[in-house]
Design a binder for this molecule. Structure first.
Ligand SMILES: [Zn+2]
Length: 283
């Protein structure tokens, strides 16, 4: 009797784990079904109008990718909360342009819609944030103006004037939404270190070889004051290099491929997209 009781007690955690596993599996299945349903819905005409008038890159996409982006936008807007700061009012233009630019990065990448966080905070314009840095024994607190930031496992913060400028000018190589959401992709495998999730061990190896070599060469070039198609902010760290090259890959694909063919090839494989094919396709 006593032995039976001990067996019962010992099996409780196992039963709890099995129940949790099935409940979690059910939740994931329900979420996937909801995503399929949302992706199949036509994009509201007012959303489409915003894309057509404010986001020229959308017009350059092949039809198949335009449809895919429309589906992703609807899932993204269902799963993320976009919240105004400093009395900034969130309207459809804000929601659609943030979602469209963020979802461009995951158009063809399998998996989730930026897991691990839900909130996107939007300031009307460049904002001032306080930060602390450590130098030796000193903690130095200061302020800096920012166009955006991405908190590890936390919110993305954006300045609307930069979001809008990024959407309207898709050839200048600067896009704050792509930059901050590249950081979000980067952190999917734990550290924000310039190494996103890749499908195979061989790809990780190639990525590390090419990115490390390019990062070192670029750091030297930037230190020597040489200009490059990649913005020199990429010299800050491997994580910033990944985010900045992401902006260049989508907005200046021809120049990136011309000056950094190996880098372009790695980003093509990472995003499973070839943006240089889009430019000539439509206007
Ligand atoms: Zn950054």
């Amino acid at each position: 009797m006593r032995q039976n009781l001990i067996y019962c007690l010992l099996s409780l955690p196992i039963l709890a784990m099995v129940a949790w596993f099935y409940l979690d599996k059910r939740k994931i299945k329900q979420r996937e079904l909801k995503r399929i349903r949302l992706r199949a819905q036509p994009l509201p005409p007012e959303y489409l109008h915003i894309l057509q008038t404010e986001f020229p890159l959308y017009l350059r996409l092949p039809n198949e990718l335009q449809s895919k982006l429309a589906g992703h936008i609807q899932v993204f807007l269902d799963e993320k909360d976009i919240v105004g700061r400093n009395d900034f009012e969130i309207n459809d233009t804000v929601r659609v342009l943030i979602a469209a630019q963020a979802c461009l990065l995951i158009l063809n990448r399998p998996g989730n819609y930026y897991p691990g966080f839900r909130s996107i905070l939007v300031y009307p314009e460049t904002y001032v944030a306080s930060s602390t840095r450590i130098e030796g024994m000193l903690h130095i607190t200061g302020t800096s103006t920012r166009a955006g930031e991405s908190w590890h496992r936390g919110p993305v913060i954006l300045a609307w004037d930069h979001v809008l400028q990024g959407a309207r000018d898709s050839r200048d190589g600067h896009n704050v939404v792509m930059h901050e959401f590249a950081h979000k992709l980067d952190e999917e495998n734990a550290a924000m270190d310039g190494l996103p999730l890749l499908p195979t061990a061989a790809q990780y190896q190639q990525w590390s070889q090419v990115l490390n070599a390019e990062f070192s060469v670029q750091q030297q070039k930037w230190a020597d004051g040489e200009d490059d198609v990649i913005d020199s902010y990429g010299a800050t760290s491997p994580a910033e290099f990944f985010a900045v090259v992401t902006e260049t890959f989508f907005e200046k694909p021809h120049q990136l491929e011309h000056h950094h063919p190996k880098l372009y090839e790695q980003f093509k494989q990472c995003y499973l997209l070839d943006p240089k094919q889009w430019s000539a396709a439509k206007h």
